[in-house]
Structure formats: C-alpha cells, structure tokens
Design a protein around this ligand. Sequence first.
Ligand code: DGL
Length: 261
Amino acid sequence: MIGIFDSGLGGLTVVKEVFRQLPGYGVVYFGDTARMPYGNKSRKMVTRYALQDAEFLISKGAKVIVIACNTASALAFGALRRKLKVPVIEVVTPAVEKAAAAGGRRIGVIGTRGTVRSGVYESKMRLAAPRADVIPQACPLFVPLVEEGWARRPETVSIAKNYLRPLSLRRIDSLILGCTHYPFLKPVIRRVVGPRVQLIDPAHETVKRLKELIGSRPDLSAGLRRTTRHHFYVSDLTGQFAALARHWLGNDIKLHQTSLE
Ligand code: DGL
C-alpha cells in the first residue's frame, strides 16, 4: 500500500491526487486527529508523532511513506528518512520547485507556525530561485477552521483577510499553500488574494514525484497492491471527520479508529 499521513484531514488533499494520478494503487491513510494540530508543536514532538504515524502505516503494509503534512515535512523529514526502511516523500520540495518554475519574483508562503518558523521554504527557495523574495505568513487559525468544516463561513473570510492582506500589499506573484489543509480553503483564499496571484498546491507535484519514484523502482512497484479498497485510520474518529472525509473523497471510504499507544 501507499502510506500517507497527516495530523488530520489535510492529507486527504494528497490522497485525492493519488486517486487521480495513480488510480488502482491501494492507499492506507493515517490522520492523527487525537493529537492535532501539529503546527504549533516543537520539532521534538512533531518528529516523535511523525515517526509513530509512519511506523503504524508500515505495520499496515505501507511500502512507501508520503508525509502529507508540511509541518512534519519541515520538522521531521530528515529523521524519518534516516530511521525508516522504506522510501519517504515530503511535500515542501515539490512546492518550492513548482513556485520556482512559475518564475514570480515575490512568492508568498502560508503555513502553520511550525512550518514558518522552520524557515524551510526560504532556505530551499534560495537554492531553487535565488532572486525570488519569499514572504512567509503563519495562519494558525486556518487548520481548526478546516477541521470544523467552516471553509465557507463569513468568519473565515474575515480571518483570511487578516492573514493575507499583508501579502497582497507586498504584491506577491504566487502563493504557496504550505499546509495540506489549505486547499480546502482555496475559494476563500482566491477571493481574498484576487485572480492575478498563482496559487500553488503541492499535492499535484508531490504525487508526480511519487509516481516517478514508483516508475523507477520495479521492486517498489511490484510490492504495491493494486486495489480499490483503501483504508483510512484516525486516532480519534468523530462524526465531523467522517462527514468531511466523505464529502472530499466520496461516501464509500472505509474509516477506522486506532490508538497508537
Ligand atoms: N496539515 C498539516 C500541514 O500541512 C498540519 C496541520 C496541523 O496539524 O497544524 O502542516
């Protein structure tokens, strides 16, 4: 199976892209809903959780791990790559490469506090597009708004204006959605930043990378099961999560509750 994890719902934006680009490959997902958000936790804690999440997925048959969480990609990718025996893919580098290829001079990055504080986008962008200005903005209220199902509420629009107006004033050319929860807020974000700004959602590029990896590794491709039965595990299964997950991916997805302890 392709193992994908996030702190909650956000990684489902990556799962949707796997269904589009790699149809027929089985997915096992873990959303750490009981311990979310990850975005305001320390590197030590996020690394510990991310390792447990990945090991859980491996115990369920994952042969490759996709860290479908920018915070865990920013803070824990190195540790996962060192400690796990399966290949690991993260979401930051594909986003940076896509933004660099888009060619804008002023690139806004929105993400959790953990991602923004890590400085990972600035350092990777310095290598990929040395002349670009990176303008980061933490949006800590976005994740709870998504998990609450408030993506279209007027309150969300006014919070988005607060976070995004400073970026608009700096006349950004593109905006990286540097948290996998944010694609759920795309209509609101688009409304606030206007039609001129290119929105960069890392899911597409991340899965393209996964597809290339599978294509280049016959051993990996042979080990991945072709099935339309996917499994979605969460550490706390609430009605809210089930409703949003089914709305995003369809009614037939199988949800399970599990405890990592
Ligand atoms: N979806 C996650 C990310 O991409 C983090 C959300 C959170 O738990 O704060 O950063």
